[in-house]
Design a protein around this ligand. Structure first.
Ligand SMILES: [Mn+2]
Length: 323
């Protein structure tokens, strides 16, 4: 934390990015941190490879998030927030760093597994969200938390705790949320924006996904599949798969929920796999065996191959972890 604050004080131009296909924690942390740094007189550029999904355009100042780094210039400092490694921010960012456009890179993250791909890493697996760490950082620097910052940071917490339902919800989470509400975040407004503003095409996609639901290991494992044909039939976008894993996760007795999502591969099928754990199974360990990562309760990886093959391998590892 001290090193990060020192780096901020020494910097003028700061770039802030997050992981591709960003969620509420990724973008809320990006914006909350950047708006805070602007209060310290810093020049900030917000960047995300995939931009802002429709669902998150309610985040204050989200229109400032750039989708390209072309002509962005040089930066004294860059933050990759909610990232297990700088590679999570995408190829363009990595190349931008490699080209020498940034003097120092800092990762802020709450995931358990992390690659040491940055100059400084501010990590706390005990935090519910990256936003909680950003909030602590801003408070430590005595940044005045205004309504825009409060709304962004409150959203990070609500997103990553599933509205204070998951096991990462701690007394600190409630304290932080309470303070952010005092600073102007409106819980009802943010909940409606996050959970009751789904595009119709997402519900159409769910109608195709639901019949793929299957259970194994005596109902301890449940999975769903989202393939390309379902996307086409529903007119859905990639971002519409956000939260679909809650379907298998919601079943009584399920300890491990899995979602297989078909990606645009070069010829051969590629599956993006998300894992959620409701019990003691460490799903990061399963994801890591396929070159992915995450934390104990939520992790992901990508695996190439036919669905049948990929499922077989994944379920074998899950079975081992359950045993
Ligand atoms: Mn997060």
């Amino acid at each position: 934390m001290k090193a990060v604050i020192e780096a901020i004080h020494k910097s003028k131009r700061i770039l802030i990015t997050s992981h591709e296909n960003p969620d509420g924690d990724a973008l809320g942390s990006t914006l909350g941190l950047g708006l805070g740094l602007e209060k310290l007189g810093k020049e900030v550029l917000f960047y995300n490879r995939d931009g802002v999904p429709e669902l998150l355009t309610f985040l204050p100042r989200s229109e400032r998030v750039a989708k390209s780094l072309e002509g962005a210039g040089r930066f004294d400092l860059a933050f990759a927030v909610d990232c297990t490694g700088t590679n999570r921010a995408g190829r363009e960012f990595e190349e931008f760093v490699e080209a020498g456009n940034i003097d120092m890179v800092v990762i802020i993250d709450h995931h358990q597994t992390n690659s040491s791909s940055a100059d400084i890493q501010l990590l706390d697996p005990g935090s519910s969200s990256t936003g909680e760490i950003v909030y602590l950082l801003l408070k430590t620097m005595s940044v005045e938390i205004d309504e825009d910052i409060a709304k962004n940071l409150y959203t990070t917490i609500v997103s990553d705790t599933g509205s204070f339902r998951y096991s990462n919800t701690s007394p600190v989470t409630f304290r932080d949320a309470s303070e952010l509400v005092e600073h102007g975040a409106d819980p009802a407004e943010i909940s409606e924006a996050l959970f009751e503003s789904e595009p119709l095409r997402k519900l159409r996609l769910m109608a195709f996904v639901l019949p793929t639901l299957s259970v194994s290991e005596g109902n301890r494992v449940a999975s769903i599949v989202v393939d390309r044909s379902m996307f086409e039939k529903a007119g859905a976008r990639r971002e519409d798969t956000e939260g679909l894993i809650n379907i298998p996760r919601s079943i009584k007795g399920v300890e491990v929920a899995v979602a297989f999502r078909e990606e645009e591969g070069n010829g051969s099928p590629l599956w993006k796999i998300s894992f959620r754990s409701k019990g003691d199974v460490d799903v990061a360990r399963i994801a890591e065996r396929f070159g992915g990562g995450g934390h104990k309760k939520a992790a992901g990886c990508s695996v190439a191959g036919s669905l049948g093959e990929v499922k077989l391998r994944v379920f074998e590892y899950i079975s081992e972890e359950l045993a």
